[in-house]
Structure formats: structure tokens, C-alpha cells
Design a binder for this molecule. Sequence first.
Ligand code: GLC
Length: 665
Amino acid sequence: YYVYATKKCDAGEAFYGLGDKSSNLNLRGNRFVNWNTDAYSFGKGQQPLYRTIPFYMGIKEGVSYGIFFDNTFKSQFDFAQEESDKISFWADGGELQYYYIHGPHMMDVVKRYHTLTGTHKLPPMWALGYHQCRWSYYPEKKVKDIARNFRERKIPCDAIHLDIDYMDGYRCFTWNRKYFPDPSAMIKELADDGFKTIVIIDPGIRVDENYSVFKEGKQNNYFCRRCDDYFMEGHVWPGRCQFPDFTNPKVRTWWGGLFKELVDAGVAGVWNDMNEPAVFGAGTFPHDVRHNYDGFHGSHRKAHNVYGMQMVRATYEGLKKLQKNKRPFTITRAGYSGVQRYASVWTGDNVASWEHLKIGIVQLQRLSMSGISFCGTDIGGFSGEPDGELFTRWVQMGVFSPFMRAHSAGDTAEREPWSFGPEFEEINRKFIGLRYRLMPYIYSVFWEHHKHNFPILRPLVMHEQENVLTHGIQDVFTFGDKILVAPVTDAGARHRNVYLPSGIWYNYWTHDMLQGGAEHFVDAPIDSMPIFVKGGAVIPESPLMQHVGEFEVDELMFQVYYSDYEANSFYFEDHDDTFAFEQDIYLEKKYVIKGDESSMILTQSIEGLYTPRYETYDLKIIGLPFIPTKVYIDGKEYTGDLSFDELRRVRIKSNKNFKRIEILA
Ligand code: GLC
């Protein structure tokens, strides 16, 4: 049997959400199916893909609402495709249980969806750095060479990923000792140089009576079985495999404990792949496979779409216990609504093409609106060969992907930031460096997500839903609410059009001021990308660093952007990788800017119990429409230099605890 619902749909209604679909951002006019699938080299509009996020939002006459159809069976959504005045959703089983979420603003809907399904945990700050991955870096010497190149070439990097070849015959939780004779020593050497090591773990466990993980799973009855009680067997990378039933809480606890040796060896993060679950040939498990489903037993029809989420949940919870007070870092390919509580996500096996760069930009915005903010694409494209221009444009976009990782298939040419010659290397260095300069802002945006339920990437429709012009814009987005990004996604393009929502916007590079509520034609040379900062923003910046372990300053820098309306900004800081923030050991700082033709006032209020090491701020005030003559900090006249620098900025040094700064003409 199946369950279904049909609703009326207005002529101009637009639809958003549904996770990772590769079609246009506005879902209207399409039908979608949710059945987690290993979709190697997927194309535009192809489905099903890797994840099931049965949540969408509509905008009806400027007002937004959401529907979360919490049903794990194969589900489908028809957005006025079959009949232009109807939207329908249905599933191949389960209950017709859905939540109506009222707006009126899309932001309210997304925030409420987060209160139902959760947000990402605050990641360790290093996980927000640049990650370098490939299928696969081995042997040990190759891994070290890659690391050394990053440091010698002064390209920042925080993490190196080991794909399946680090294992012994692809047996999870083992090492290939020929390639990696002493993993702890290698991982320590990398760690001493500021690199975290991340390893891949797939769900398929090789059938091998001499392999302890298989033996334990078999003895304890942890592997999935068919309806006739035979084991569920299938071929994946290791050959003939059986698969843990991650919907069983006992299996999850066992699985979590298996990471002990990896954690003891120094592994800092885990990448769960193939967990749709993927099986060569058949695609996935047959429907009759039985699952424990936390005691509410059911077939694979019910468990399929949550299998991957339960796997990465087991991984996350295991790591959390083993790493004591350190925040775990995990990545998953498959997921269901709520997977954000356990992992970051990448969009799977994309292709090195300009079209895929465009698809990725849409997928990341869509994932972010659908609860999964900590997401990224394989920078450069997984299969196929990008040229230097495409790779570099993808790195530029990657700076504003919440998860920033370059990855490539094993049959492609080497794909590191320096692989395309010195000209592109220089640009890649500049942009990966930009990611690190913006790290305090990026980290604060993750805090706003985790703590206050805001999505990280926001399409323009979330800024101006009442303006129908924004409903179809999908190649411009903001990261948090202060930085607007317009990636360049066409070969040879050196200019592009950008619609800026209402308000004042500053060109990040030149500080030129632009009026929002209009489209602008802007420069986009290959060594740049259009980036704009909202007037009234206070953006914390870090000095250039090679990995986040170097983030230790005696003075914190802020770029402060004048506005003639009132605007709020936040800055968050804490110990970076522990759970102390749960006991209020953090600082959440709020800034309010208000300006007019002859004055600007900046106030600061501080909450929390963390004590940073620095004492002072270096504030760069951008965009003042007057020549400042006097500055008061908490009522005391400031005696420093007030002249403009070459970028029309005034620099003010203040104590970190200031409450109010007045800048007067
Ligand atoms: C899958 C993953 C890819 C990985 C490969 C080998 O195709 O999506 O990222 O490199 O398997 O593990």
C-alpha cells in the first residue's frame, strides 16, 4: 500500500528544499524520488541521488511555509508537474505523518525545521580548514610528500584524507602494513606539522573467517539477514561482504567501539562512504532484508533511507566516547533528515565540468536550506579532468563551501592546488588563504547555526522572498548573512551580473560601495571572484595561517563596514575543539553599528566565560562617508591617527572590552 497527500498549488508558487537534488533551485514543475542511491557521475536533474530529505518549503503570495513528510519509505514529491495546480507527495508504505511549519519568512521555517530535526554539532575549528583528498594517497611516503608540499609552498591545509587503499584488502579497521608500516608514527609526524588524518570506513565487512571484525559480527548476529534467514551478501570494494544492521542499537555500540585502535593511532576524523547502502551490480539491498529498527522491526523498504544515517550516527557516537573531550569530525555520503546531528556531507561522485560546478552551487544551497548546512562538493570534480581554470574557479567557490575538500578519482591526473602550474597555484594559494583569513567569521557562522538554528548558505530568495525576481536566482548566495558570493562558473568569463539584495554592499576587494535592490555588472578576473560584504557588518579576520593550530593572536582584527541603518553582527570564540563551550566556556560577542552623515557608533556586548589571550582589537573602519576628526572609546577621547589608508579605511586600536565607540566628523 502507499500513503499520499495532495494540496492546491497557486500559479506563482515556488518550491525549495528536498536536500541534494541536482535540478534547478526552484523545484516547481518537477517530480522527485527519494531512495538513497550510489549515483556515480550523476547528471543534471538525475535522480534518485544519495540522500532523502523529505522537507520542502513553498512561497505563496510572499508568505513561506514548510512541509516535513517524516516517512522513511521510498517517497515521491510532485511539484505541479502532473497537474499545474496541485502538489502531491506519497510514500510506498509507513504513515502519512507530516508537519506543517508556518513562516511567514523562510528563515522562520528553516529554523523551526531545525528545532524538529537538529543542527550540526559545533565542529572542531580545524575541520573548517582546507582538506586534501584523493583516491588514494599511498604509500606513506606519498602522504608525507603531499603534506610537505603544502608547507613548503605555503598553501594552508588542515587535513589529509586516506581513501580505501590504506586498508588491508579493504578490510575496515585494518592497515595495509606494506604501504603504512607504522601508522601512529606517520600520523604523529603529520600532526606535528599541523595536519589531521582522516580515514574512510565503508559499511561492507569482508566475509573472512580470519578477520576479527567479521568474526565478532557473525558471532553476535550483527549482520543483516534476508527474509529466509540467509545473510545479506553483496560485493563491494573488499569483495564478498556482509553488512552490519546499524538500525540495531547494540550494533551501533559495537561499531562505535571498533574505532578504538584508529583513535589510539591518532586518527582525527572518519569518512563514511557507500552507506546508501551501495552494492555492486544490484545497486543496494533487496527489499526483503530485515532490520531491527530500534526494536520496531521492519524490512529494508522501511530502513533503506536511514541506513547510512544510523551508520554515521554509530561512528559519531563511538568517536565521541573514544576521543574524550574532543569534538568528533565525521563525513557521510548517504543520509536522511536529521543526519546533520552526526555528520557533515559531501555531494558524492560529481564530474570535472563547468556544468557540475553550477550543479554543486545549487546542491549546497539546497542542502543548507534542508537542514544540512555542513556540506561540500568534491572540489575540481571527482571523475574526469578539470583544466587549471575550472579547478581554480572551483577552489574559489570552495572557500565558501561549508565543508572545503578537494577530491579526485584514482584514474585521473594528480589534483593538488599546485598541479596546474605556477599561475593557478598562486591564485589557489590566495583563495585557500582567504578561507583562513575568514576563519573567525566562518566559525562564528557555524556557531549561529548550531546554537541559533540559522542555515549557513542562504540563497537570495531567503533574503527577499517577497521579490519574485529572486525566486529563480541560483548562482549567488550568502555565507551567513554578511558575505555574498557570486562564483564564476563559465570558462573564459571575466565579468558577471550580480543581483544584490536591498541595503548597502561593499566590494570585498576594493571596498567600493554598491546599492542593493539592483543588478550590477562586476569584474571577475581569474585571480578574483566577486565577493560583497553587507553594510553594517563586523567581520573578524585572522592573520594568514598555514593551519588553524597557528591561530594565536595578540590582537584580534575586525573589518567594520559602515551603514546608515542599524545592523547586528556576532563573533564567537572558544577553545576550538573541546566541549567546554557546553559549560559556557565561550564568548559570544554582539556588535551593533549605526551611522549617519556625520557619525558612526559601534557597540559591543559580551556573553560567556571564556578568556582569550589577546588584549586589544585592531579595527579597520570601511566606508565612512565623512572625514573623522574625533573618536571616543567608552567616553574617552582616542589619540591615534585618524587618516584614511589607501583603501579608505581608518584604523582604530581599542581594548577588547570596549562597550561603545563613537566616530565623529
Ligand atoms: C566512492 C566515493 C568516493 C571514493 C571512492 C573510493 O566512489 O564516493 O569519494 O573515493 O568510493 O573509496
